[in-house]
Design a protein around this ligand. Sequence first.
Ligand code: ACO
Length: 330
Amino acid sequence: MQNFGVAITGSGSAVPTNSLSNEVLTQLVETSDEWIATRTGIRSRRLASANDSLQAIATQAAWQAIAMAKIAPTDIDLIILATSTPDDLFGSACQIQAALGATQAVAFDMTAACSGFVFGLVTAAQYIRTGVYQNVLLIGADILSRWVDWKDRRTCVLFGDGAGAVVMQTSNRDRLLGFELKSDGTQNQCLNLTYQPQSQPLVNDISVAQGNYQPITMNGKEVYRFAVQRVPEVIDKALFRANLKADQIDWLLLHQANQRILDAVAERMHIPQHKVISNLARYGNTSAASIPIALDEAIRAKKIKDGDIIAASGFGAGLTWGAAIFSWGR
Ligand code: ACO
């Protein structure tokens, strides 16, 4: 069977307008700009209001990616929306398809928390490689502020909202050089946004469970340990598959969870700081959106140039983690 190449040819990003600084956060919980900045690198985050929707910011990011790739919405064969926070639990990808007028595209949501973008990238690549689809729109978008306990200082300081998107296209040259994906459900309790059922009797001895999702809970120390250990391993594996060494990476693009995780991973892999992409200070942890937002900003700032090799790694709830090594451009 013929294998087709994959290239990432466009990027875009969008964040809500409202910005909440660490300083203002101190009005909500007992914390300080100093504590948050030194422990996480975060200075402020964008928060979606009731007038914002996941669909709207995701669509905005998607338009930019489509424009950069110089395709029309009707050229898109597949839309994958990586999110844990859809506007509709049945999925939000089809609303984006409708908003874009991507009438030829099949669209679906994919959930892998903060690993969603990397998992989505690899999933999209399989459709392109097998020749099934030529043009794929991949979006990573999350509005975790809907699910944060704003009275819990251990978690509420960490998260922000946003969306990032890329267009992936079939190419003569395969730019996805290697990848590795991992899951470990035995560690699921480290990071959760779980449904709490409440029994509601219907008739006779039949009842249903109608409850609510509970705010995010996290074992910060465990997640930190997991990330610092597993992320270098999974990048090494993806590099091995790409037949590359760590010193051949131009950019280390990690899920923007915490500056200390970025620093520790870079140090373990002997990757110098100037190769590490970070925008945590302005957005905090935007979950599935963090990698594509940082990617888009670096491309538009002309930091990332045609042919540059990027090692991207997502990690988070599930637990899930993964890495993709790709080069930017057609
Ligand atoms: N402001 C002030 N004090 C705080 C805050 C805060 N926002 N949060 C916690 N503290 C206090 C705690 O109450 C505790 O006080 P105590 O000793 O009196 O009980 C003290 O600070 C230390 O708390 P720890 O939880 O041990 O703090 P730690 O040094 O581990 O830092 C942090 C917490 C930043 C979350 C760290 O564990 C971490 O970086 N974990 C990685 C997790 C992560 O990045 N998650 C993001 C989401 S997951 C993902 O995207 C993969």
